[in-house]
Design a binder for this molecule. Structure first.
Ligand code: HEM
Length: 446
């Protein structure tokens, strides 16, 4: 910790503007239903920093790339992930990597890196191709497809195979059920452990999953496969330290959550933008067909640069994590303000991804802005942060990009995608960006 991080109140210190809302609920409804508009209103009225009441908590909202940098780089260790994420994710995802701070975090992250080595990523790709090809090849062209739940089912199937090494069948169905109950429980506001509530089912599902992973960890250690669980049993840091079976189980539960809803969200918003922008859909399809391949190998992935830029643009316009929370462990000076100790703070990718000072026509879907000629994302290192940054930067960002490319490869080779309705879908932006009514699309066989 930095001794200078607790300055005495000075004459230049500016009081943090209060963005008032409903007397009882503060800004909660606006936050849940349309946080992007809420942040625009906050910025127009209060500028870069304000304090408001969100979901019954006093919360400091920071709206600038400089603030993203301050919080994500966390040079003085004054921002805590645990204090930021616990209110939403503990105890369902207790001891997950993203909920850890300091040495505890560094220890786990070093070991966890082994599950994301180049060799590991290569093996996940060959495991994904066949499953994506089989499932996507059988989607119906006769009826309307609700894209979001359909792709969610596929990414869950993929997760079972890549993370746990389980093929579709009774065991995968059981794990899917527990996992869905667990994720479902993280979305409820009340954490009272009352029998038969969503939260109670979620906690029960966590216990089942932990027990299952601990039961099979010794087998995976003795006879490792190519799945992530096997890799976690083998993983060592540079001092030879490895995870206990309980640590492996807790990390698995968290990893599956971190991977699943975010990747599903990214695939859904990308498909939405491609359905709305037929010329971009054609450009991706041409690039994919130009490879002349039946499935993707690791070395093919960098060649899909149009697809890569389209994904970046979808993540700019619809970052799956629209806000990133932290707690302060000491008073933090920021420009003319002091953020008090022990406060909830949030930075807002969904706001900085649209700032006109950074982005040209930010409301237009324009993957070219990420081309080597334009590089709009380089105008400020922390304006574009769909994967966060600093010590907690997403560990699965390459994995996620590969999964999206594999799915797009099999999807766009088979189908032309159109929106079912003229009107725009309603998007819910927190806790993970997704279309409220599932994104109905029409698929036409090619
Ligand atoms: C498009 C998909 C994804 C997006 C947008 C995304 C976004 C993020 C963000 C913003 C963070 C940082 C949160 C913070 O600083 O508090 C994060 C952390 C993390 N993500 Fe992802 N993620 C994605 C996919 C994945 C996948 C596929 C995996 C695993 C296979 C994964 C594993 C993790 C882990 C382990 C962390 C915690 C890292 C740490 O605390 O050290 N993510 N992700």
């Amino acid at each position: 910790m930095n001794a200078q991080a607790s300055p005495p109140a000075s004459k230049t210190q500016t009081p943090i503007p209060h963005f008032k809302g409903n007397i009882l609920f503060g800004q909660s409804a606006a936050f849940v239903n349309r946080c992007d508009q809420l942040f625009d209103g906050m910025y127009a009225k209060c500028g870069e920093v304000n304090v408001s009441s969100i979901l019954f908590k006093k919360c400091f909202t920071l709206l600038s790339p400089d603030a993203n940098e301050l919080v994500l780089l966390n040079k003085d260790a004054a921002f805590s992930n645990k204090l930021g994420w616990d209110p939403m994710l503990d105890p369902l995802f207790q001891n997950g990597l993203m909920l850890k701070d300091g040495d505890d975090h560094r220890y786990s992250r070093r070991i966890m890196n082994a599950a994301f080595s180049r060799d590991a990523l290569q093996s996940y790709i060959s495991l994904s191709n066949q499953q994506a090809q089989n499932t996507l090849g059988s989607w119906s062209t006769k009826e309307t497809t609700l894209f979001y739940p359909s792709i969610k089912a596929l990414t869950l199937e993929l997760a079972m195979r890549l993370f746990v090494g389980v093929s579709p069948g009774a065991k995968a169905d059981q794990l899917n059920r527990w996992f869905s109950q667990l994720v479902d429980a993280s979305l409820v506001f009340s954490k009272a452990n009352i029998p038969y509530t969503r939260f109670w089912y979620g906690l029960r599902a966590r216990r089942h999953l932990l027990a299952y992973f601990q039961e099979i960890a010794p087998q995976k250690r003795a006879y490792p496969g190519e799945d992530m669980l096997s890799r976690l049993t083998q993983a060592r840091d540079e001092n030879g330290q490895c995870f206990t079976d309980l640590e492996i189980a807790e990390n698995m539960v968290f990893l599956m959550m971190a991977a699943h809803d975010t990747t599903t969200s990214a695939m859904t918003s990308l498909v939405y933008f491609l359905a709305k922008n037929a010329h971009w859909q054609n450009a991706l399809r041409e690039e994919i067909q130009g490879l002349g391949r039946e499935h993707l190998d690791y070395d093919d992935l960098p060649q899909l640069s149009v697809c890569g830029n389209a994904l970046k643009e979808a993540l700019r316009m619809m970052p799956p994590l629209a806000v990133i929370p932290r707690g302060t462990t000491e008073p933090v000076p920021y420009k003319d303000f002091i953020l008090p100790s022990n406060s909830l703070v949030q930075i807002c990718p969904i706001f900085t991804h649209y700032q006109e000072e950074i982005w040209t026509s930010p409301k237009t879907f324009d993957p070219e802005r990420f081309s080597s000629q334009r590089q709009e994302d380089k105008r400020h290192r922390y304006a574009y942060v769909p994967f966060g940054g600093g010590a907690h930067k997403c560990l699965g960002l390459h994995f996620a990009e590969h999964q999206v490319k594999i799915v797009m490869f099999h999807l766009l080779r088979n189908y032309k995608i159109e929106m079912e309705n003229e009107s725009d879908p309603v998007w819910q932006k927190v806790p993970i960006v997704h279309p409220k009514y599932g994104l109905p699309v029409k698929l036409k066989a090619i």
